[in-house]
Design a protein around this ligand. Structure first.
Ligand code: SF4
Length: 659
């Protein structure tokens, strides 16, 4: 059997995989030693991908309500409902909610249909929950959503600061690369995180900041480096601040940073998922800009994305506040995009970001919603509210691979999409490297590629000429050609050398990185930032943090199929300091209820002295469809960062009590 080279279905590391198909739905997986993201390494999730490719639980035919139907009937209904909604209530009554699980070609098609031809920018993505604040920080500092470094920089740095990142669990192959570099050259690792995570356990220094203490710490670091003559900035109020950590530890951290011009700061969800996330990103970037630690080997601020193709979605314009290809909504940018798509229906301005989108559905302003490859009834903050809003949709269309998810249960129409191992296209990882995901199996049942489903609806809406693609290669070529507009407007994103790829060249496309190893914007600027003010109700005295488990992914619809992965954590645990548990009358292994102003959920108590006093942690993965209780996002308030619209998932108000 020959091997097929593809990429992992899960995280933003974007590991290359060699897959050997051994039967109709069986495959053996190993790391691709030639792929520059992983050089052969895989983590537990990637290694066990083969256990998740069976057809158990799959959605294999279009469904209207609970009735199987044919594609024509389903697509006609979707197009008719979309057209009728637009006619009665205008384009802004229609919205798409999409996903970093989509391939770039799918994302491009969805963005083109809604922004170019429906005439609204009401498309947002679950990436809003993941790294929208990093995007906003990049835009403020660089004028473009640019990640300025590469994985190689982590290996050439003398000091790696990991901010709000349990790298060993959430981006394990990056952690392996950092560990190997540490072995080879003595890299120092500092973890800045309220929790003593697996990663913090292995670091040279764990800086246990208070929740949302990042901006304070980075401002104080910048100020200390200015005082030593190692950085120069025009001071702003709040720059000279108490770092929020013990003075001795701060002095040691300043010494380490001062001695390490080759320094990478990798930041992830702990920084982004905050009501002050954009400022945190800029506080980090400021330190690098002011000390010249950017654009050099082994130096730079490095945002790691969560999902396999969050970056591809950002590139094509899958966020409601980007038009397309890193372009915004200025008159000149809109004119260029309208001309490229040959449309007179281009959306006039930005659309609704995720939290606002579900509010608009609740209020009846958005009446038609098409959800693709994501499960907002579980993953959104204030998930009970989101679920109730979804139930109010006049039309809810869900494209997915899984038949039964909490969101799919509310759908009027379900459309069977291709999953990993069946679909064919490209993804972009956290270092801007575009790789092919290739099909291993024939499409099961009646499943189709997302881009093809979107194009079929576009044809029914009368826009067939603009969606006349026959393959994912056709879509990719169009997207690559469109990046000429980005270059025209001074952006670094430019794939025009790939605009004329033959089908064969697309099939054989080797991983490549756009923008080069250190992608630098023509202009960079320091953005004065101040810590966000937090206000809490004393009736909820604990700080609630939520996050991932090592071996699970999102709402477990795929990883939950793997018996091996489920061995790591069989149920959702409440991690709590033993003294806080005792004060609440909770014994280890007992069931506890976590209450917040949003709702409540039940977890099994796990004592963890690594939790700071007054802070608790629960995992994000469980849902009605998977387990029943333990639904952490029912607990999370829908408060967002004012710049990025990204919700805070890491610093909520809560109390705990016996069940
Ligand atoms: Fe997949 Fe991420 Fe693991 Fe790599 S590190 S194998 S991309 S889950």
């Amino acid at each position: 059997m020959s091997e097929i080279r593809t990429t992992c279905a899960y995280c933003g590391v974007g590991c290359g995989i060699r897959a050997e198909v051994t039967g109709p739905r069986t495959v053996t997986i190993r790391g691709d030693e030639a792929h520059p993201a992983n050089f052969g390494r895989l983590c537990s999730k990637g290694t066990h991908l083969g256990e998740t490719v069976g057809l158990e639980g799959r959605l294999l035919s279009p469904m209207i309500g609970n009735q199987r139907t044919d594609w024509d009937s389903a697509l006609n209904l979707v197009a008719d409902r979309m057209r009728a909604t637009m006619a009665a209530h205008g384009p802004d009554s229609v919205a798409f909610y999409v996903s970093g699980q989509l391939l770039t070609e799918d994302y491009y098609a969805a963005n083109k249909l809604i922004k170019g031809f429906v005439g609204t920018a009401n498309i947002d993505t679950n990436s809003r929950l993941c790294m929208a604040s990093a995007v906003a920080a990049h835009n403020r500092s660089f004028g473009e959503d640019l990640v300025p470094c590469s994985y190689t920089d982590l290996e050439e740095a003398d000091l790696v600061l990991l901010v709000g990142s349990n790298t060993a669990w959430c981006h394990p192959v990056i952690w392996q690369r950092i560990e190997a570099a540490r072995e080879a050259r003595g890299t120092k690792i500092v973890v800045i995180d309220p929790r003593r995570t697996e990663t913090a356990e292995q670091a040279d220094m764990h800086v246990a900041i208070a929740p949302d203490g990042d901006t304070t710490l980075f401002n104080a670091l910048l100020h200390a480096l200015c005082e030593r003559g190692l950085a120069k900035v025009e001071a702003w109020d709040g720059l000279a601040c108490d770092p929020g950590i013990p003075a001795r530890q701060f002095a040691a951290l300043v010494d380490l940073v001062a001695a390490s011009p080759r320094m990478v700061t990798l930041f992830s969800m702990g920084a982004n998922q905050s009501t002050g996330g954009t400022d945190k990103g800029n506080a980090i970037i400021n330190l690098h800009l002011a000390t010249g630690r950017i654009g050099q080997p082994g130096a730079g601020p490095f945002s790691m994305t969560g999902q396999p193709n969050a970056m591809g979605g950002r590139e094509v314009g899958g966020l409601a506040n980007t038009l397309a290809c890193h372009l915004g909504f200025s008159e000149a940018e809109r004119a260029d995009v309208a001309a490229f798509w040959n449309t007179d229906r281009l959306c006039p301005g930005p659309g609704l970001k995720a939290v606002d989108l579900f509010r608009a559905i609740d209020q009846g302003r958005v009446r038609f919603l098409w959800v693709m490859a994501t499960n907002p009834a579980v993953s959104m903050p204030d998930a009970a509210f989101v679920r109730a809003a979804l139930a109010k949709c006049e039309t809810l269309v869900v494209s997915d691979v899984i038949a039964d998810t909490d969101t799919a249960r509310l759908a009027h129409v379900r459309l069977p999409a291709l999953g990993w191992g069946e679909k064919d296209g490209t993804v972009t990882n956290s270092e801007r490297r575009i790789s092919r995901q290739r099909a291993l199996f024939a499409p099961p049942g009646m499943a189709r590629a997302d881009w093809a489903i979107i194009a079929a609806v576009a044809r029914r809406l009368g826009h067939g000429g603009a969606f006349a693609w026959n393959s994912s290669a056709d879509v990719f070529r169009e997207y690559a050609a469109m990046t000429a507009l980005a270059a025209r407007h001074g952006k670094v994103l430019d794939l025009t050398t790939h605009a004329a790829l033959s089908d064969e060249a697309y099939d054989a496309l080797a991983p490549f990185q756009w923008g080069g190893r250190q992608a630098l914007a023509p202009e960079q600027k320091i953005v004065p930032v101040r810590p966000a003010q937090m206000h809490f109700d004393p009736a909820f005295p604990l700080r609630l943090n939520t996050g991932r488990y090592r071996d699970q992914w999102h709402t477990m619809t795929r990883t939950g199929l793997s018996p091996k992965l489920s061995q790591h954590r069989r149920e959702p645990l409440l991690e709590v300091h033993p003294e806080d548990a005792a004060a609440a009358g909770l014994a280890e292994g007992a069931l506890a209820r976590v209450r917040t102003p949003q709702g409540s959920a039940v977890f099994r108590v796990a004592f963890d002295p690594g939790q700071r006093h007054g802070e608790i942690f629960v995992p994000m993965h469980w849902s009605d469809a998977m387990a029943g209780d333990g639904r952490s996002n029912w607990l999370v308030a829908p408060n967002v960062d004012p710049v990025s619209g990204q919700p805070g998932f890491k610093n909520g108000a809560a109390l705990i009590e016996p069940v």
